[in-house]
Write a new protein. Structure first.
Length: 254
């Protein structure tokens, strides 16, 4: 992967275009490591993208063919690689933006579903193609897809492996917005500019509360919400926001 920081943003780009940016265990480990140290005091966001014609075509089928492992060994590998990536994305205190500049299939689709924001070029396609090689969705796909698109749509995607175009992905809620391919970089830059003007620490707390409350009862959810809000009250961002409001000026969040 190509990983670099620029203007308070970490860019994580799959750089195996000849393999349509397919995932290997090493790629997953590199991505998980790069997601491990996203510091909201230094970074405003992280952007996921792919070189070439695909965002990511999912798992490397040639690597699958070469494996000879027991179910227990497969469990350990999946949990330590693809599962670790999903966990890092879902718990990151810095917002994750997927710039879908090509097909997002299999684990590529799951990664898009796990991100906080997703924007797609109009030529992108999406598919939970795991079933085509006799597998179930991984990298958090069985968790995130039903939450984004609903139970029956998630089952249709997972059971059929069909591809949907970018416009359909937007209607389903897989992406926030579809734009012409040539406008994708600019649209993502607009989002990054907005995020840079917001308090990253507060965004991380809001994300934590939202994710923690998925599946909770409303009573437990309100308790969790109050806990996270109590942390937000003690932040510099809250103090700056209040002072800026009282002084009639835009807040200058760090």
């Amino acid at each position: 992967m190509d990983i670099h920081d620029e203007d308070n943003v970490r860019y994580l780009t799959f750089d195996r275009p000849e393999a349509r940016n397919a995932f290997t265990a090493d790629v997953a480990r590199d991505l998980a490591d790069a997601l491990a140290d996203l510091d909201p005091s230094e970074l405003d966001a992280a952007v996921l993208a792919g070189e070439g014609e695909a965002f990511s075509a999912g798992g490397d089928v040639e690597a699958m063919a070469a494996r000879d492992e027991t179910p227990a060994e497969a469990y350990d590998r999946v949990r330590a690689t693809l599962g670790r990536v999903a966990e890092r994305v879902l718990t990151s205190p810095v917002p994750i933006v997927a710039k879908v500049d090509g097909d997002a299939v299999g684990a590529g689709l799951s990664l898009v579903a796990a991100a906080d924001f997703a924007y797609a070029g109009e030529s992108a396609r999406f598919g939970a193609a795991f079933v085509n090689v006799g597998l179930v969705p991984d990298m958090g796909g069985t968790v995130t897809l039903p939450q984004l698109v609903g139970l029956r749509e998630a089952k249709e995607l997972a059971f059929t492996g069909r591809l949907v175009d970018a416009a359909a992905a937007e209607r389903l809620g897989l992406v926030n917005e579809t734009v012409p391919d040539d406008d994708l970089d600019g649209r993502v830059d607009d989002v990054l500019e907005t995020l840079a003007s917001r308090p990253t620490e507060t965004i991380g707390l809001a994300k934590r509360a939202i994710h923690d409350n998925l599946g909770r009862s409303w009573r437990d959810g309100l308790d969790r919400e109050a806990h996270v809000q109590s942390l937000a009250y003690g932040t510099d961002a809250h103090r700056e926001g209040v002072e800026a409001f009282l002084e009639g000026r835009p807040p200058a969040f760090e």
